[in-house]
Ligand binder design. Structure first.
Ligand code: F58
Length: 818
C-alpha cells in the first residue's frame, strides 16, 4: 500500500498550476511550449485542473467507502453536461490562478474555454436536468453516482444551409477528452438474446438460467463532478460497449477473418450514437439495447461494490436508485434477475429490495412520448426479463383485482402489457409498479400526471405520487455564464447566493434604486453587445443591442409553438410596413434543433429563415425588427444567450410542457417572461409576481374543453383580420419567393387541424406582446421587474429540487468529506 496522499495534493496557486501545465505539455502530450497548439494548451491545462479534481474525488470515495453511507444511483440515458473547463475552475476556485498561469503562453483562458468542444450526450431538457442534478448533489455533499452511456457521437451539430437544418456528426472525442478516467479494473458482461432454462433443486426451489446468445462487455469511463465550495466530488460513470472476445477464435481459425471482426464491430456499435429524438422515443432495437446495456452495467456495478462489504439484502439500504424517465426502466426486471438468478434471493425478498430502492421521475404527458416496446422484440432480446415482467404483472393485476373486483376495463388499462392488436410493454407502468415514489417535474405536471396518464395508479397508491419541481444550477447558469451580473449581485448582497439561491431575495431592496437599475442595465447592455458581436463574427448574423432581445431557445417542436412566435413576428413586420410602430424595436432570437426525421419542425426552421430574410431586405422594417435564428443551440450557445435576453418566450400549449428549465435560466438572468400557464411557468409567475410576468392564453383545462367541443381553426381566422393576413402572407410566398408551395404544409395544418391551438391563442398572444412593448418603453419599470425576476427566482435552483428528492424520496443526508 502506498501512502502519502497528502504530499500528492496539488497546489491551487498560479505558480503551481503553471508548472503543472508545462509538465503536462511535456509528459502527457510530448510537446514543448513554443510548438504547442491551442488544443495542446487546452489539454494540458485541463489535465492539470483534473489532477486537482481527482484529489478531492479520491478523498470523497474514501470517505464513502469507510462509512457506508446510502448513496444515490442516478440512472439516465442522457447527461448534457456542457463544457467542463470553466465549470471545474469555478468549482475549484481556480479561475484567477488559471488566468495568471497562462500569462505569456500565447493564449488566454477565455480562448481555451471557448476551444473546448462540449460533450453533447443528451437531447435537451431531460439530459440537461440530469447534469444540473449531478452538480447539486455534489454541492450539497450528497453521495451520488450518475450512470449513463458514453456515446461516441452525441447530439448532431446543426448547420444551416439555405435556411434548412443540416445535421453534422458530433465528433466530440476527436481531439481527446481530458475529463474522463477509464477504469481498467472494472468490466461487466451484458447478455442479449438466447433462451432460459428452469430447473428445480432438491428443496423444490426453482432456479432459472439465462443462456444469452451474445455477450457484450461494458467498460466505464468516469467523469468527476465537483461540488461548488466544498470538497465533495462525485462522478458520472459512463459505460462504453466493447466486444466480449477481441476475436471470435473459431471463426478466425477457419480463416473467416471478416466474420470474426464482424461481431466486434456489432458490439461496439451499441454505444456509437445518441438517438437524436426529443419528445417521441425511437422504437429501435439498438435503443432498447442501449437502455438495457447501461442499466445492467450500473446495477452489476452497485452489487459488486455492495457485496465486497455487506450482504446482498442491504441493497435497498445502500442505494437509492432514481429512474430519469422510463429509459432506464429495465432496471426493474434486471435488478430482480440479478437478485434472484445470480444472488439467490426468493421473489418476495427480491421484490422488497426493488420496491425500497427504486423511484421514477416522469417527464412527459404527450401520449406519443410514452415509451412502449413491442413484446416480440423484447422477448427476442431479453427473454428472462420478459418472464419477470409477466410475473410482476400477474401479481400486480391480482392486487388490482382484489381492490377493484369485476373491473376488466381497469385491468386492461393498467396492465404492463398493452394490447391493441399487437402487444407492447408499457415502460411507464413497469416503472410505476416498482417504485416507492413517482414524481412529475412541476406542480401542474404532477397534478395532470395523476389525472391523466397514471390516473389509475394514483387512485390505487395515492401515497406514492409526489411533485418535485425542476431546478437549474446557478453555478453554470449565472456565476459562470453571466460574470457581470454575478459581480453586481455579489457586490450588492455578498457571494452566499451561489450556494443559497434564496438569498437573491435581498436584491429586492435595490429594485427601486435608480443607481442600481443603471448598473443592472449596463450589465444587460454589455451582455447583449457581446452576444451581438459573437453572432456577427461566428455566423455573420445581425442583432441590434439597442433593441429588446426577445428569445425562444429550446428544441423545435409544434407543442412548443415556435410557429406562434413566427406568426407574431410576421404581424409586427406587416404593421411596420404599414407605418405602425409600437415603439419597441426588437431582435427576436430563435434557437433550437429539430429531430432529423421531424419534417414539420425542419420546415418551421426554414420558415424562420424566410421571414428573417424578408425583414432584413426591407429598409422600412430592418432597423426596427430583426429575426435571428441562432444555429446549433447547445450548452455553450445557451450560456451566451440567457445573460443577454430581455424577454423569455415560454409559449407552449398549456398542459404540454412538463416543466421547462430554460424558462428558469432566463428568469434568473433577469429576463421577463411572456408565457402560458404551463409547466413551471405557473410557479415562476407565482414567485416573481403576476405584475412582472406577461401571461396569455388558454389554461390546460380550457385546452381540453376546447378540443372536446370540436375546435375549428377557420373560425379563428374568420374573426381576426390580422391573423387572416398573416396566414395569407405565408401562403402567398412572401417568405419563399418563387415557391408558394414551400410552406403549404404548415399553412394547411394550421388552417384545418391546428392540434396545438396556435390560432386559438394568437390574439391573446399579440395582446400580451403589446403589453410587453408598452412596458419596454418605460425603462425604469422594466428594469425594476427585471431585478425582481432575478431576486425572486431562488426557488428554481436545482439545490432546492435535490434537497426535496433527498428528504422526501431518497432519505439520504449529507456526508462531510474529510
Ligand atoms: C423534458 N423532456 C420536458 N425529453 O419536455 C421538459 O418540459 C422538462 O423540463 C425536461 O424534460 C426536464 O424535466 C425531455 O427533454 C427528452 O429529451 C427525451 C429524450 C429521449 C427520447 C424521448 C424524449
Amino acid at each position: 500500500m502506498i501512502e502519502g496522499a497528502d504530499e500528492s495534493r496539488p497546489r491551487g496557486d498560479a505558480k503551481a498550476l503553471r508548472h503543472d501545465v508545462i509538465r503536462k505539455l511535456y509528459f502527457e502530450l510530448a510537446k514543448f511550449p513554443s510548438v504547442a497548439t491551442r488544443n495542446d494548451l487546452y489539454l494540458a491545462l485541463s489535465l492539470a485542473v483534473r489532477d486537482r479534481l481527482l484529489h478531492r474525488w479520491v478523498s470523497s470515495a474514501r470517505t464513502y467507502l469507510e462509512n457506508q453511507h446510502r448513496a444515490v444511483i442516478y440512472l439516465s440515458a442522457e447527461y448534457l453536461i456542457g463544457p467542463q473547463l470553466g465549470s471545474n475552475l469555478l468549482a475549484l476556485g481556480l479561475h484567477d490562478a488559471a488566468r495568471m498561469a497562462l500569462e505569456d503562453s500565447g493564449t488566454t483562458l477565455d480562448e481555451l474555454v471557448e476551444h473546448e468542444e462540449e460533450p453533447g450526450l443528451g437531447n435537451g431538457g431531460l439530459g440537461r436536468l440530469a447534469a444540473c442534478y449531478m452538480d447539486s448533489l455534489a454541492t450539497l455533499d450528497l453521495p451520488a453516482v450518475g450512470h449513463g452511456l458514453r456515446y461516441e457521437f452525441g447530439i448532431f451539430d446543426q448547420d444551416i444551409r439555405d435556411g434548412w437544418q443540416v445535421e453534422r456528426t458530433d465528433r466530440w472525442l476527436r481531439r481527446g477528452n481530458p475529463w474522463e478516467v477509464r477504469r481498467y479494473e472494472i468490466e461487466h458482461s451484458v447478455g442479449f438474446g438466447g433462451n432460459t432454462e428452469h430447473e428445480l433443486d432438491e428443496h423444490g426451489r426453482m432456479h432459472v438460467h439465462w443462456l444469452p446468445e451474445r455477450v457484450v462487455k461494458g467498460i466505464p469511463y468516469d467523469v468527476p463532478v465537483a461540488g461548488y465550495g466544498t470538497q465533495t466530488t462525485n462522478f458520472l460513470r459512463l459505460w462504453s460497449a466493447v466486444a466480449d472476445e477481441e476475436f471470435n477464435l473459431d471463426a478466425f481459425q477457419v480463416g473467416e477473418y471478416w466474420r470474426a471482426v464482424d461481431a466486434k464491430i456489432r458490439s461496439e456499435n451499441l454505444t456509437k450514437v445518441l438517438y437524436p429524438n426529443d419528445s417521441s422515443p425511437a422504437g429501435k432495437q439498438l435503443r432498447l439495447e442501449q437502455q438495457y446495456f447501461f442499466v445492467s452495467c450500473a446495477l452489476q456495478d452497485c452489487i459488486r461494490l455492495l457485496t465486497s462489504r455487506a450482504p446482498i439484502r442491504q441493497f435497498a439500504d445502500t442505494f437509492a436508485v432514481q429512474l430519469n424517465d422510463t429509459h432506464p426502466a429495465l432496471a426493474v426486471p434486471e435488478l430482480m434477475r440479478l437478485l434472484m438468478d445470480v444472488h439467490g434471493l426468493g421473489w418476495d425478498d427480491a421484490w422488497d429490495q426493488v420496491r425500497r430502492s427504486i423511484a421514477y421521475t416522469n417527464h412527459t404527458l404527450l401520449p406519443e412520448a410514452l415509451e412502449v416496446w413491442p413484446l416480440p422484440l423484447m422477448q427476442r432480446l431479453l427473454p428472462r426479463h420478459v418472464e419477470i415482467i409477466f410475473e410482476i404483472n400477474r401479481r400486480f393485476l391480482d392486487e388490482v383485482r382484489a381492490r377493484f373486483p369485476d373491473d376488466d376495463a381497469r385491468l386492461r388499462r393498467m396492465s404492463l402489457i398493452g394490447e391493441d392488436g399487437d402487444k407492447w410493454v408499457r415502460m411507464a407502468h413497469l416503472a410505476t409498479v416498482a417504485s416507492h415514489h413517482i414524481n412529475g417535474v412541476a406542480a401542474l405536471h404532477s397534478r395532470l400526471l395523476t389525472e391523466t396518464v397514471l390516473r389509475d395508479f394514483a387512485e390505487l397508491w395515492p401515497e406514492r405520487f409526489t411533485n418535485v419541481t425542476n431546478g437549474v444550477t446557478p453555478r453554470r447558469f449565472v456565476a459562470l455564464s453571466n460574470p457581470r451580473l454575478s459581480d453586481l449581485v455579489t457586490e450588492a448582497i455578498g457571494e452566499g447566493w451561489i450556494k443559497d439561491l434564496d438569498r437573491l431575495r435581498e436584491l429586492e431592496k435595490h429594485a427601486n434604486d435608480a443607481g442600481f437599475q443603471d448598473r443592472w442595465h449596463a450589465v444587460k447592455r454589455a451582455n447583449k453587445q457581446e452576444l451581438a458581436a459573437w453572432l456577427r463574427s461566428a455566423h455573420g448574423l445581425t442583432a441590434d443591442p439597442s433593441a429588446m432581445f426577445d428569445a425562444q431557445c429550446k428544441r423545435i417542436h409544434e407543442y412548443k409553438r415556435q410557429h406562434l412566435n413566427l406568426l407574431h413576428v410576421i404581424a409586427l413586420w406587416d404593421r411596420l410596413r404599414r407605418g405602425i410602430d409600437d415603439g419597441a424595436a426588437r431582435t427576436v432570437l430563435i434557437a433550437g434543433k429539430a429531430a432529423p426525421a421531424y419534417h414539420r419542425a425542419k420546415l418551421i426552421i426554414r420558415l424562420a429563415h424566410g421571414i428573417a430574410e424578408a425583414i432584413a431586405e426591407d429598409p422600412r422594417t430592418r432597423d426596427r425588427l430583426r429575426l435571428v435564428f441562432v444555429p446549433d443551440f447547445n450548452v455553450k450557445t445557451a450560456q451566451r444567450i440567457y445573460p443577454a435576453a430581455d424577454l423569455s418566450e415560454q409559449i407552449s400549449t398549456a398542459g404540454m410542457e412538463a416543466s421547462g428549465t430554460g424558462n428558469m435560466k432566463f428568469t434568473l438572468n433577469g429576463a421577463l417572461t411572456i408565457g402560458t400557464l404551463d409547466g413551471a411557468n405557473v410557479e415562476i409567475r407565482e414567485a416573481v409576481g403576476a405584475d412582472h410576468f406577461f401571461l396569455f392564453g388558454m389554461t390546460a383545462e380550457e385546452v381540453t374543453a376546447r378540443k372536446r367541443a370540436g375546435y375549428r381553426p377557420q373560425e379563428e381566422i374568420a374573426r381576426d383580420p390580422e391573423l387572416s393576413r398573416v396566414i395569407e402572407l405565408i401562403a402567398s410566398g412572401a417568405f419563399s419567393p418563387g415557391d408558394r408551395g414551400l410552406f403549404m404544409p404548415i399553412v394547411d395544418d394550421l388552417v384545418h387541424r391546428d392540434p396545438f391551438l396556435v390560432l386559438a391563442d394568437f390574439r391573446a398572444y399579440c395582446e400580451a406582446q403589446a403589453r410587453v412593448s408598452h412596458a419596454w418603453r418605460t425603462p425604469a419599470s422594466w428594469l425594476r421587474s427585471s431585478i425582481l425576476n432575478t431576486a425572486r427566482a431562488g426557488k428554481f435552483s436545482s439545490d432546492r429540487s435535490i434537497s426535496e428528492y433527498a428528504e422526501n424520496i431518497w432519505r439520504i443526508s449529507p456526508v462531510t468529506i474529510r
